[in-house]
Design a protein around this ligand. Structure first.
Ligand SMILES: *Cc1c(COP(=O)(O)O)cnc(C)c1O
Length: 386
């Protein structure tokens, strides 16, 4: 199976080193970047940021979109504007990229880890319900943790590798407990539950346009929301909290310089013009891999009924850690990048003190899941052009 896999990977992606995910520039990227340079608008002023925000709002079907320098600070600001205060608790999954927990920490809160579903690899509504029943007490102004006495202010589920989690059920449970939901949709641009885009089920959510994501701005992020007040506040504090005025230079609170530069937005505008093509080709690649691994009796991660993923990163589930580790070793030694899923946040030294619910599925997945090369292959693109 290893030899077959190496051969197939090189056939799809070419004979050189094969990364997990690389960006692809086949559209107006150079043209829009030249426009920025030719007009001198490369930095914090320029038309492209507004244009990119408008296009992302349209694409995701959310009312407002606020561009930021990266996805981590988009999430930080979304959590902060949900009303999370110093010392609050925020429920999230331990099986996530560290940025989720860093953002919770920047907002002054402590993460609390609840298990994921085995099939979606995202926060489990079943475990969430169980955790709250056992550990939380509802009061007139929200829910409190019985053991720590702290307020459980928010919940941040993440759509792992672009596979939507059971966000509707999560939202319903959180509503019952007076807990605000903020989605970490950094990996799920182009992923839907039913006809609704991920990130639009909650008060606000964060997207990322880092170089390894579905589309890239070099580095960048976006807060999306349907809440006008939150959108205005987000724009204000991510742009140093300057009061709008023709020439005066006054700031009315501590703000952040989290503004996306015009050149990054220009790149994003060009990338977004190709997103539907990328999504189509990534689906084809996922189907290709799925068939390949079905024949070889290796479990390939699929979406659950009713959800439509972006197939950002394809994933395998091995039968044991031992099998998984030998696959990682051989593939990486042969110039094909494969990567184990993240080490659980609950096991990182910064978060070992945080409460968790036992994390049965998270631990099980941690030992078995591997990502395989998932870029948009040039070879598929060319076939698609014809
Ligand atoms: C990529 C990512 C982010 C944000 O990352 P940036 O590199 O800051 O844009 C946040 N959460 C998850 C789960 C991610 O994968």
């Amino acid at each position: 199976m290893y030899k077959d896999f190496l051969k197939e990977t090189k056939k799809i992606f070419g004979s050189g080193f094969v990364p997990l995910h690389r960006p692809i520039f086949r559209g107006n990227e150079k043209k829009y970047l030249s426009e920025c340079i030719n007009t001198n608008y490369v930095s914090s002023v320029g038309k492209k940021v507004k244009e990119f925000e408008k296009k992302i709002a349209e694409f995701t079907g959310s009312k407002y979109a606020i561009a930021t320098v990266n996805g981590t600070n988009a999430l930080h600001i979304a959590i902060k504007l949900a009303g999370v205060k110093q010392g609050d608790e925020v429920i999230t999954q331990a099986l996530t990229f560290v940025a989720t927990c860093n953002a919770i920490n920047y907002a002054g809160a402590n993460p609390v880890f609840v298990d994921v579903d085995r099939d979606t690899m995202g926060l489990s509504p079943y475990s969430l319900k169980k955790f709250l029943k056992k550990n939380a007490k509802k009061s007139s102004d929200g829910s409190y943790n019985i053991f720590t006495g702290k307020k459980i202010k928010a919940c941040v589920p993440m759509h792992t590798f672009g596979f939507p989690c059971r966000i509707k059920q999560i939202k319903k449970i959180c509503d019952e407990w007076g807990i605000i939901v903020i989605e970490d949709a950094a990996e799920s641009l182009g992923s839907y539950v039913g006809k609704k885009h991920t990130g639009t089920f909650s008060l606000a959510s964060a997207l990322s346009f880092n170089g390894n994501k579905l589309i890239t701005t070099g580095g960048g992020g976006m807060i999306i929301t349907n809440n006008l007040k939150l959108a205005k506040k987000a724009k204000h504090i991510t742009t140093t909290a300057k009061i709008s005025h023709a020439y005066e230079f006054v700031h009315n609170e501590i703000g952040y310089n989290f503004r996306m530069p015009n050149i990054n937005a220009a790149l994003g505008c060009a990338q977004l013009e190709n997103i539907n093509n990328f999504l189509l080709i990534k689906k084809k690649l996922a189907i290709h891999w799925k068939k390949f691994f079905l024949k070889r009796k290796v479990e390939f991660v699929n979406e659950i009924k009713g959800s439509k993923p972006n197939y950002w990163l394809n994933a395998l589930v091995f039968k044991s850690k031992k099998e998984r580790d030998s696959f990682l070793k051989i593939t990486n030694k042969n110039g094909v990048m494969t990567r184990p899923i993240w080490k659980l946040m609950s096991e990182l030294r910064m978060f070992t003190n945080c409460q968790n619910d036992g994390l049965k599925n998270s631990i099980w997945l941690q030992d078995r899941v591997v990502n395989i090369p998932s870029s948009v292959p040039e070879s598929f693109f060319n076939n698609n052009d014809k």
